[in-house]
Design a protein around this ligand. Structure first.
Ligand SMILES: [Zn+2]
Length: 269
């Protein structure tokens, strides 16, 4: 981490008028060289808080360091894309971390039936074990759901949790309704900026006010105007403007509703 600058800190609860990035991998190696500057740029763009979800157990200390250094919110969990790195004992380790460090959520967890070579049965066992941990610790969950919406809905009905966020939502209108009924907010970010993403843009335009949260998923899913570059949390301000355009409302309105929805999803009352 760059220690030449004093670390800027988010307040534990974003202030009224501030944007909240509900999903940003600030602990990723892509930000190793300029993390503090990225946080400063995000703050200058009006971002008042960032949720940093972990992806595998060896990284939990790095994720905790984001809370320590910048006052970020964090989620701890085992991501389906990193299946090869997860060991059975990581569930017990996660259980320990959840009790000891009280993150804001369990995540990033879920299912990915798009990327080949990820054993569906192992993914599902891992997902269910983590839903049980979320229940035990009474924490919301941050969901990764690629080509797996219905399967995830099935498990959420079987092992109900206290809601959370369906990140980078890319399902149908009907699937969106099911997630909302189960207490979830739906995350919109970079994909919404692609003119070709008609379904996502339609959903972003038409879902109820209470269902939507903003996210960058930085360093992933760069917006249309930054293809091939590292996505950054400061882009959230532009995403808010696009969401306002799509919904025919003001940016101020988008900031108010998405901040409230993120606080609700993470039980930050
Ligand atoms: Zn993610």
């Amino acid at each position: 981490m760059n220690t030449s600058l004093p670390a800027p800190r988010f307040t534990s609860r974003p202030l009224a008028g501030q944007l909240v990035d509900s999903h940003c991998h600030l602990d990723a190696p892509d930000f190793e060289r300029d993390r503090t500057q990225r946080v400063q740029a995000a703050m200058a763009a009006g971002v008042g808080q960032i949720l940093v979800p972990a992806v595998f157990a060896d990284q939990f200390p790095d994720t905790l360091a984001m809370r320590e250094a910048y006052g970020c919110w964090i989620a701890l969990g085992l991501h389906p894309l990193y299946l090869a790195r997860h060991l059975d004992e990581h569930i017990a380790l996660l259980d320990h971390y959840l009790g000891e460090h009280r993150p804001e959520a369990v995540g990033e967890i879920g299912l990915d039936f798009f990327v080949p070579g990820l054993d569906p049965q192992r993914q599902e066992a891992l997902f269910v074990a983590q839903l049980k941990l979320a229940r035990r610790h009474d924490l919301p969950v941050i969901l990764h759901l690629r080509r797996a919406q219905d399967r995830i809905l099935k498990y959420l009905r079987q092992y109900p949790v206290s809601g959370g966020i369906a990140h980078a939502f890319n399902g149908s209108e009907q699937q969106a309704e099911h997630f909302i009924k189960l207490g979830f907010k739906l995350g919109f970010g970079g994909a919404m900026t692609y003119r070709g993403s008609q379904r996502i843009r339609r959903l972003a335009a038409s879902l109820p006010d209470s269902a939507i949260v903003l996210e960058t998923d930085a360093p992933d899913i760069p917006p249309e105007w930054a293809q091939g570059q590292v996505n950054a949390p400061a882009e959230l301000a532009a995403f808010a403007r696009i969401l306002a355009e799509l919904r025919g409302t003001s940016v101020e309105d988008i900031i108010i509703i998405t901040r409230k929805n993120t606080l609700d999803a993470l039980k930050q009352y």
